[in-house]
Design a protein around this ligand. Structure first.
Ligand code: PPS
Length: 296
């Protein structure tokens, strides 16, 4: 399986940049399904995926800790404390390239998506699919996303930090506005409190054992203190950066998912003026939100 991942990585490295696909005013990285079908049909394919009672979907805005969450969820479900270098997350946008592959994945399937909640498989409600939502301080998301966009062959961006900051502020970047995404997730979590679990990136970073325990309770996979400790250690940033196979690839052959994994890198990038502008927009957009994000 590791060799299959290597093959996939080589294929990614060869991909030409193409125009960014768009649907309902939101653009997407040009994953393979978009290279073969209209964006509308790709999103419809996701919405028509047949759900199973045991499915788990990790819902995150880009750069909010998706791969980290996957690894923790995978360990809890498969009762292991080792990083999974044999398979990869079923990213829904990529997986719909061949639905038979997704149908052949044994249960419990762990899928992930950065698309809006309204584009989840329609059957998720009746099947009571469990949704794990990780939210991260959007200033750090913005910085992390900037570095990602510079390197990702599926995204056409080679601008400056200043330009990227403005794109983030306007929401005109792949997957759209952070605010739209998170406010929709908040409404969904109010509507489906039993099936949506939200955790904060910063909480997971500061007290992983406590947060992994909460997640295990939600998933119905309780485990011993010893196991919790092992999972926290194995999924620490340093260990994942060193030992996790990274499917993404850039010119120097290295992946780019595990960059810094820190809280507060925004302070190394935001100017005072950018910070003020961001705070003013955040205050306005999130005035009715109950999310508790602190800009440490
Ligand atoms: N174990 C662990 N601990 C803490 N932080 C971690 C961990 N694993 C990944 N990361 C950081 O998460 C950022 C990548 O987020 P995603 O996995 O959501 O990226 S993606 O949108 O799916 O490409 C990216 O953040 P930045 O380092 O700030 O760029 C990763 O480094």
């Amino acid at each position: 399986m590791q060799s299959e991942l290597e093959e996939k990585r080589k294929m990614l490295a060869k991909l030409e940049k193409v125009p960014q696909p768009e649907f309902e005013g939101v653009s997407y990285p040009s994953f393979m399904p978009f290279r073969k079908k209209e964006a509308k049909n790709v999103i419809e394919d996701i919405m028509n995926v047949k759900s199973r009672d045991s499915d788990i979907i990790i819902c995150t805005y880009a750069k909010s800790g998706t791969h980290w969450t996957y690894e923790i969820v995978n360990m809890l479900l498969r009762n292991t404390t080792e990083l999974d270098n044999k398979s990869k997350m079923q990213s829904m946008l990529e997986a719909v390239e061949d639905l038979s592959v997704l149908e052949g994945v044994p249960s419990p399937r762990i899928m992930d998506t950065h698309c809006l909640f309204k584009y989840l498989p329609k059957q998720h409600k009746q099947k009571k699919v469990k949704i794990v939502h990780m939210i991260r301080n959007p200033k750090d998301v913005c910085v992390s996303y900037y570095y990602h966009c510079l390197k990702d062959v599926m995204i056409n961006f080679d601008g400056t930090w200043e330009e990227f900051f403005e794109l983030f502020m306007s929401g005109k970047l792949p997957y759209g506005s952070w605010y739209n995404y998170e406010l929709e997730m908040e409404r969904a979590a109010n509507d489906f409190p039993e099936t949506i679990f939200t955790c904060y990136y910063e909480d997971m970073k500061k007290d992983p054992i406590r947060e992994i325990k909460k997640l295990a309770d939600f998933l119905g996979t309780p485990c011993s203190d010893d196991t919790l400790e092992k999972i926290a250690k194995e999924t620490s940033f340093g260990n994942m950066q060193k030992n996790k196979f990274d499917i993404t690839v850039i010119v120097d052959g290295k992946g780019f998912i595990y960059r810094k994994g820190e809280i507060g890198d925004w302070k190394n990038h935001f100017t005072v003026a950018q910070n003020e502008k961001f705070d003013a927009q955040y205050k306005e957009e999130m005035k009715d939100s109950k999310y508790q994000i602190t800009f440490e």
